[in-house]
Design a protein around this ligand. Structure first.
Ligand code: ZN
Length: 396
């Protein structure tokens, strides 16, 4: 009898285990490397911080905030032309976010399996991934071991206005990224203060440095992006239980006194502000659906030309202050038009001089992943500010 009960118990346990066990397949470009025990210890440290970040990311979106009882509340429009107010929604009600969260949860439930898809992205195979500066590189054992090329060298060589702002951002990367406050919404400090190995070891990309279509030179040099999980990140999972993994989760940094022009893209996006601003309107952003009545839509054969005209102070209605308590989370629907405007003001010093965010996209397999920057309405325009007339081409 005892044996029978034991056997039954084992069967129940085996069934329960199977119910939990997910099957992971990695992207085909994840290398199978063998590390020395010393190297393995460094890889393990890096992986631990990646897991902490993903765990905190899962918690921050699924825990109630604002008016939402079962999810975080996200701003989905900073200005709705129908109502004249900001618009928000419970973020977990979007199916793409829900799916990304279920995949992140699967990673957290079985980290050892997911770890097979973790790649520290050593520089010999990834020469296009950088570390901001020598100070950042020297700050942890893992970043010293990875020894990526430095963005300070990259921008020094580039020169010109883009090179200059790139140097300003990367030389001061630590000052800019440490003035953050992940609380009150995050369960742990996911900024560089709490996860120094992750921030110093992840591969940073000078995303707009060679993109003249982003117009603003100070912004083009003063912007960095890094991918932790996703098609170009450290954790590259192809499928979980035969379902394609669409998550793309990373980090961004933007230099003060710079304007990220209005832009849009097919994949939906999530931004969480981590910077503690020195004055209330230091960092601002605008987010509007392309069919927002505050904009002018013109039908074209292949979609819509959307005229964005922030002149005569209209832009001031659209842009909202970014802080870490309210308006800290934004969800960007497909082709929603958005921009980030960081002012020079409030006795700016380099120690408090940018915008640091946790960034994600939720449909990383959509065919068009490109970020489309809206064009200046007047050809040859040299800057794209919140008040500059622009045209965004939304394709169907
Ligand atoms: Zn975007």
């Amino acid at each position: 009898m005892r044996l029978a009960i034991f056997a039954l118990l084992m069967a129940v346990l085996a069934f329960a285990y199977q119910g939990n066990a997910a099957e992971f397949t990695c992207n085909s470009d994840v290398p199978t490397e063998s590390y020395s025990p010393e190297e393995q210890a460094l890889v393990d440290t890096y992986w631990d911080e990646v897991l902490t970040y993903l765990g905190a990311y899962h918690a921050v979106l699924t825990q109630p905030s604002g008016r939402c009882l079962d999810s975080a509340e996200a701003v989905i429009q900073t200005y709705d032309g129908h109502t004249g107010t900001q618009q928000s929604r419970c973020i977990m009600r979007y199916s793409d976010v829900k799916q990304v969260m279920s995949h992140v949860k699967a990673v957290l439930d079985e980290p050892e399996k997911a770890k097979a898809c973790f790649d520290p992205q050593k520089p010999d195979a990834n020469p296009m991934l950088y570390t901001p500066s020598v100070t950042v590189q020297q700050s942890t054992k893992v970043s010293r071991w990875l020894n990526r090329p430095l963005l300070t060298d990259y921008y020094r060589e580039m020169g010109g206005e883009v090179g200059q702002s790139g140097l300003e951002l990367n030389k001061n990367f630590l000052e800019i990224t440490t003035r953050t406050n992940a609380l009150p919404h995050w369960p742990t400090d996911v900024s560089i203060n709490g996860l120094p190995v992750l921030w110093s070891s992840v591969g940073w990309l000078p995303m707009y440095s060679k993109r003249p279509d982003a117009i603003n030179k100070r912004f083009r040099g003063g912007y960095l992006y890094a991918e932790v999980m996703g098609p170009y990140g450290n954790l590259r999972i192809d499928t979980i239980d035969e379902e394609k993994v669409e998550a793309e989760i990373g980090l961004t940094v933007q230099l003060f006194n710079s304007a990220y022009p209005f832009h849009h893209h097919d994949p939906q996006e999530i931004y969480i502000n981590l910077t503690l601003p020195k004055c209330v309107d230091q960092n601002t952003y605008a987010l509007m659906h392309w069919d927002n009545p505050a904009l002018i839509q013109e039908r074209r054969n292949d979609g819509w030309a959307v005229h964005v005209d922030g002149a005569s102070g209209a832009w001031k209605q659209w842009f909202r202050n970014l802080n870490t308590r309210t308006g800290w989370l934004a969800y960007i629907e497909r082709n929603a038009i958005h921009a980030f405007f960081l002012k020079e003001g409030c006795n700016q010093t380099i120690e408090n001089s940018g915008l640091v965010t946790s960034w994600a996209r939720t449909t990383s397999r959509t065919s068009d992943q490109n970020t489309h920057i809206c064009e200046p309405a007047l050809a040859g325009g040299e800057s794209m500010m919140p008040w500059t007339k622009g045209i965004c081409h939304i394709r169907e």
